[in-house]
Design a binder for this molecule. Sequence first.
Ligand code: FES
Length: 235
Amino acid sequence: MATITIDGITLEVEEKENVLEAALENGIYIPHLCHHPDLPDNGSCRMCIVEVEGMDEVTPSCTLKPRDGMVIHTTTERVNKLRTLALELLLAGHPEDCSTCPKYGNCELQTLIQYIGANNARMRTRTKGIKANEDNPLLIHDMNRCVLCGRCVRACNKLRGVGVLDFRKKDLETYVGTLHDQLLADVDCRFCTACAEVCPTGSIRDKMQLINTDLKREEALVPCKGECPAHTDIP
Ligand code: FES
């Protein structure tokens, strides 16, 4: 166990968990986006940055292991400024049509925008211009709404062990897709829909609304023990 202080609150936490999880478990909210409790962290979105006394740089709390005596601040002026800038940069490549997005009202990005109070007015915006792929059964991939958090890639690779989704590049644009943009069925996707479940935006969507959003997270997304659809042959 380690004793740490977050925003003046002293906590006893497991050294193996990260500072973000420790904070959330103890009722201290730190904004986050690429973090998902069922997935390994990659520290890519920078929403969860914090300042640690004795460290020069701000650091993502989702990849920060607690050390005894650590003193952490989650809302300093520097942290707030950098977090807002990181979100504005994300929004610069995201469509501004929240009110017509199918994920409206259930979008983690939208919640963050409201919580942090960011907007992209200072940025030159651009849309990626990638046509939404609706040709797959069950799933719609709309890469214009993707913020490259990598949750779907980690869910497909690490949680389900299928590995058909990855970061790809085309015309300098990074996106998530299959090898050579093949249809999911052609690359052995098992349509477990874990990618859609963990997607924080309207980028990967369950076409037929089969995902039961009323399920508690633990019931909806548990680590696979070999019985999930990903490991069951599809006829
Ligand atoms: Fe920590 Fe994205 S939640 S960097």
